[in-house]
Each structure stands twice: as C-alpha cells, then as structure tokens.
Design a protein around this ligand. Sequence first.
Ligand code: GLA
Length: 710
Amino acid sequence: MSQAADFIDLHSDYMSLIFDCRRGTPCILYFGKRLNQQSNHRMLEVLSTRQEPKCALAEEVPISLSPCLGNGFTGSPGITLNNTANAWSVGASLVDIKQTAPNEVCFISEDRVRGIEVNHQITLDLSSHVVIANTLVRNLSQQPLTVTDCAAPTFAIPDHVTKVLSFEGRWALEFQQSTIDLFLGAYVRENRKGKTSHDNFPGVLVHDEFANESQGECYGFHLGWSGNHRTRVELLPEQRTYVQMGELLGGEEIQLKQGESYQSPNLYVSYSANGFGELSHHFHTYVRQNLRRSEYTTNSRPVFYNTWEGIYFDHNLETMKQLADITASVGAQRFVLDDGWFKGRNSDTTSLGDWTVDEKVYPQGLSPIIDYVKLQGMEFGIWFEPEMVNPDSDLYRAHPEWVLSSEGNPQIMFRNQLVLDLTRQEVSDYLFSKISAVLSAYPDIVFIKWDMNRDINHTGNANGKSAIHLQTKAVYALIARVKSAHPHVEIESCSSGGGRIDYGILAHTDRVWTSDSNDALDRLSIQRGASFFFPLELLGSHVGPRDCHITGRRISMDTRIAVALFASMGMEMDPRELTSEDKDKLKAGVELYKAHRGLIHSGRHHRLDSNENSIDYGVVSHCKTQALFAYNHVLESRRTQPKRYRFVGLVKNYEYRFNLVWPTSLKEYSPSILSKIENQTFSGEVLMQYGMQLPITFVQTSLIFKLHKV
Ligand code: GLA
C-alpha cells in the first residue's frame, strides 16, 4: 500500500494497521488482514464516507488514539486531566509524526492552549504480529497537572465484531472464559485490588459472531500491568465500537510538575483472521521472543517439587530429607521450600517481614537441606512474600509506619497481613537487603517463588497519597534489583495462585503460579483460559494430592499427571503418602514429560473447539513432524458414543504414526478403537478431516496421543 502524508501504515506480512491523521488527531482507519498493493488510502477514504445522520453531529468526532472532551468526543475520554485552569478540556492536535522504522511510529500531539503534550508510541512486532502501544502525557505548563486517566491508545474496531470474550475468576479458579454480545453502551471491567487480580484479568478478545478456535475474525487486547486497571469495550449509538484499556488511577496519584510525564502501561494487541488459536499463537510468539528468559530456549524446564501442599508449615530437616528422597526418586529436578522457613513462621498469623532463617527449625541454617537436595541431583528454590508484613513480626513492631494505610480509616485484615509501603525507599532497601542476604548466604538457590497474598485495600503511602501506581513500579524495581544482583536466580510470580499474571510482571519474572488449585479438573479450564495469552512453558502446574485440598475432589494419578504435563510441570503433595503404584505412575509421567517438554515448550499450542464433555488441546512441533494431543473427558455425554476427535495443525500429506502414550494402562470394559490403531499410520489429512472415533472412557479420564511423522 502506498504511503501518503496524511496516513501512516504499519504492515507485517499478516496484518495492516493504518492510521488516518487528516483530522489532526491520529486514529485507526483500518486494522485487520494485510492489504495488498492494489489497495490504497483513497479507496479506504471513499469507502468510509458516512452521511450526516438526523439530529446528530454534522461530522463525527474521530475515535482517535486518545479521544478527548476537547475534541468533542462523547464516549469515554482516553485522557482526563485536571489543574486549576482548563486542563479538563484537553484536546491535543498532531504536531509531528516520527516513523523511526517501518514498523514503528510515534505520534506527537500538543494542546498549546493548555500546555499539554500527548505522545502515542506504536510498534508492530513483525514476527509475532503483536502491536505494542502506549500513551504518554507531558505537562508543559507551569501549573501542576493531575492525571485522572490516561488510557493506552484507543483502538477503533470494525462493526462486524459483535462479541466480547473476557476472563474472570476467583482464588483457585482463575481465567474462566465469559462471552457476551456487545450492546449499546459500554462493557466495563474495573480492578481495584492493587494487583492484576484473580477476578478481572486485563485481557479481552472481541470477535465476529462465528469465531471459534479455528475460524473467524478476532482481536485480542492485553494490558501489561500488575496494578489497578480498566477495560472498556463500547458500542456508540452511531454504530462505532472501540476498545480502551488503561491503568485505573486513584485520586491524585499522578501529579505532574512542568516537564514531567506519565506513560500508560503497554497495551498488547493482535488480530487473527482464523480464530482464537491463531491469535494466541501471535501472543505466544511475542512472549517467547521478547519476555521469556533466554535460557528457556536452550535449557529444559526442570520438574518442580513444591513443599506447600505436602507439609504446609510443618518444617524440619528430617521431613525435608524424606520429601527430597522420594521426589528425586520419581524424577523431580528442582525442590522449592515454600512458606514456613523463616523466623517464627509456624502459621499464617505471624512473621512475614522477618526474612531470616528460623534457627529453631533449621539450627544450622539452610545448608544441610540445600546440600541434601543437591546430593539428590535437584536444584533448590525458596519462597518469599516480600511485599507483606504480619503485625506479629519484629519488622512491624519496629516499623508500624511502614505499611500502606489511610489515615483515620481502620485497616482491614486479609490473611492476617498488611501491605508494606514499597514507595518508601527505606522499605525497598530493607527488603532488598534481606532477600539478597539469603541469596548470598546460599548461592545454590536458583529460584524464588515471589508471592503476594492479599488485595491492597488501603492504598495510602507515607505522603498520604494513593500509591498503587508507584507501589506497582516499586515492586517491578525491587524484583529487577534482586535479579540484577543475582542474575542466575529465576523468579516465579505468584499471588495466591494466579492473582498477578500479566506481561508487566512477566517482563521481570520467569514462571507464573497459575492457580492455587491443584484440582486437575479445574486446572483444565484455568490453563485453557491462561493459554489465550501465555505459552504453556510459563504456566506452573503441579500434580497435587489425591484428594484435592481445595475442592475435596478425588482425581486419579493418571489424570493429575496428564493435566500437569502440558505446562511447566511439577508435583506438590506429601510424597510419603504415595502408594508404590502411585510412585511408579508419577515416575513414568515425569519421564513422559521429560521426553516431550522440548516439544510442549516450543511447539504451537492448539486449543480444540470442545463441547462441554471434554477439554482438548495439542501441541505440534514447528516442522509439524511431531505432535502430542490430549483428550480430557470431564463430563458424561448424553450420547451412547463419544464424539470423533479431529486433530489440527498437521500437514495433510504427511504420514503420522499414532501412539497412545498416556495412560500406560487403560482399563476398558470392551475393546475400543485404541487397540486397533495403536502404532498404525495415517495421513494428516484423514486425522484432521475425518478424525478418529474416541473410545468410551470413564469420566475424568485423560488420554494423550502422540503423532510422529514416519
Ligand atoms: C499462597 C501461594 C501458595 C503458597 C502459600 C504459602 O497461597 O499461592 O502456593 O505458597 O501462599 O503461604
């Protein structure tokens, strides 16, 4: 497409993003499938001609990247400002466009009357087809300026997009999909939990009526931010729709003096003409190439053992040795000492903040357990919850003023803990020195599970200002500081499970604890939801106890293994309770994982469109010569026979050998297809277009199929 001064084009070989600048504010004219050389701006311009409606504006106000009151926009302003003059009516006009590279542009706008500059920085990542966009506001005037709202760039979307798919949840059941039809007005989700939150994931898909995993047009949006946030999808009366996401700022959080600026978090956006699967593939590619630690491409992800659901606070050296013995014998490679190792921490009522080894429990420090774990051939990791303090702690007794609070308003307890004010430099320094001292004393620690187990209800810092913005940045800075002092240490983001999973924290961390629920059945929908934006290798998933501690559900070892395997696998139970049959299975499951994690952690993930009876997915290697697919039977069917299983993502004319690789023995009440097709070969075409008749299985059975090109 040819370039004209009034238009700015960003193209990848898959998509085009075209901005119209003719009316003095940059706005999206076209965003979708790549346009070819025959198409040009004039055509788009003519085809977008709209009539003056009855009883309405002569000319519609464009949905610019930051549509504002000053532009006459009557939807939600992209920017809301306040000062003692007239910043409320900001309406900036383009003054410059800097296209630093063919895939990168910065629109610079200014409101000269009010002394405000607005920049939109947009980059289209050419290999993943993900757009990274942010908005910056700078105060040019002498008056202090309050930023009430400054959303990331607003995206106008076409009107055949009528559905909104978002992700909601709660503790131990995160990332549940929810789909609604757009309606006249705004669909809004706001999060004020002070962290990404379990309930409202800052990500949304908008799509046409017919989109599913493998077809239809869809757009995905994710705000990379671990604090408060807002998502708005609005259908305006004149049949225009936009998506707007940004940080939800509290009160007077952002005050800008002359020359100072506020930049929104990055918004990550992508488009697919072929359904949700391809959209996720774009996001996964982006994460793998830009946010994922480089070692992920060269080193296999270890098999974790985490002590939490095994022993909770019941720590002692002998117990740890027993756990290490058994878990190493079934193949664990990284032993993570969870909560309970530090001074006085024998329950969740006490000691957060006192980050020194509990000498009563570990009189010789952690060396004996670390050495023992290493002797078993495992690495060692440890749990911290740096941002929190229990009132019953030495730290709080010494510094009760170090917590976030709000004067005159009583604190509300949440897991017996309060939130430290990391915006005080002395608090961040204290935490850094404590964490760093442990890591320096024990250089064999290679992993931190960094937890954050409460919402932030009282958000005031030492200056009496609401401080979630600064607190979130201070958390990022503290993690970055720990990492730069101890670069070999990997960090997992945990917040009572999946309460802090987003690209903001991912820029600083290496794994996420997807959910506190180790219930394999719940995990299927949790991991499915998370996989819309996150590749499997980042999602921690553990084989939990036989009777799930959170749901009480009893799930077979076979199924627990099958579900944990399509992720960053680990185990988390008291292994002393395992029967020898369980141990054999676990060992076999871990071996299967080790043999295939290279594929699972680098291949293309496919969610299959499933009915309510099963949750199905697969991973296909880049060269499409190998694949692993899972059928997870979760609900009894109303039919006498299960459905056919149609594979995806294969090459039509390749011939694949079929093997059932999990479970290693399956009890069938009558012979099924499985014995007939084991080790047979089939074309990719029949596997995809004809599919296979699934066997009749007990509910809660997971089958894993391997396809290998012959
Ligand atoms: C949170 C985490 C758990 C565990 C406990 C320890 O709930 O999500 O995995 O680490 O804290 O207190």
